[in-house]
Design a binder for this molecule. Sequence first.
Ligand SMILES: N/C(=N\O)NCCC[NH3+]
Ligand SMILES: [Mn+2]
Ligand SMILES: [Mn+2]
Ligand SMILES: [Mn+2]
Length: 301
Amino acid sequence: SSVSRFLPDPKTVAAKLGVDKGPIHLVEAGLPKQLAELGWKVQFDGHHQFEEIPTEDDPPIGKLKNPRSVSRVCQAVAKVVGDHAKKGQLPLTLGGDHSLAMGTISGTLEKYPDACVIWVDAHADINTAETTDSGNIHGMPASFLLGIGPKVEEFSWVKPLLKPHRIVYIGLRDVDQGERRILREHGIKAFSMHEVDKYGIGRVVEMALDHVNPGRKLPIHLSFDVDALDPSVAPSTGTPVRGGLTFREGHYICEAVYETGCLVALDIMEVNPSLADSESAKQTVAVGCSLARSALGETLL
Ligand SMILES: N/C(=N\O)NCCC[NH3+]
Ligand SMILES: [Mn+2]
Ligand SMILES: [Mn+2]
Ligand SMILES: [Mn+2]
């Protein structure tokens, strides 16, 4: 089947967080061609540009930073992902920071309301407008998708379609107190790096899938933040945290999700080549491409 290649490059949002070069580098590293070589009919209609909202026109709402530009970009991404999904394509979104998941997962849920989400990340990204310290919305997307926390008018377009039993985390190791409380109170399943060490990645992925997709019948949206990987594997990213997934553990997750045959959407997020020396940036871009290939069927044999 075909994978729709659209690569939102949210200039506005990314520019503030410096992640705007990710998509460009991933494409320039040859990802579309690599996926075509796996047999996908790749449709890449260019990077999505978003007009800047000048900072003075986008003051914080409460603590939330760049709320209007983040909202506008994510809403546009939700529409594009939803449209591709409705055409039976598999949207691959290259970020850009993880706030984009508000858009990509909203788009997926429009077509597949029963979809489950596998969120691979060092962070839970589930702060609300109340619990966030930084006000960086890339630490909050999951709370909007779940409809948790106080209403923020600017984000009222995000329908709370995601249910707590339909999301599972793998790779957590830097979760705020407020987020821990939210995970506990809503009974959201999370496999931290402790569980990865304890059970091994094979068992963890099996338990994660058993939790959100017991019969392997539900569509899967895989949202992969490259900072889930150890910084020695993916150094050029916004919030690196030591003690992450090995190169193989990260790829195993992608391979195992592909093997379910349920994948309907994929995000490769937080590749930020502008944050490190060129060698580290190249290494991180290469890992991003490799993860995408693994999630789209590049098996080892
Ligand atoms: N990479 C990040 N989320 O996945 N950064 C924001 C979260 C910090 N608590
Ligand atoms: Mn994230
Ligand atoms: Mn993260
Ligand atoms: Mn981030």
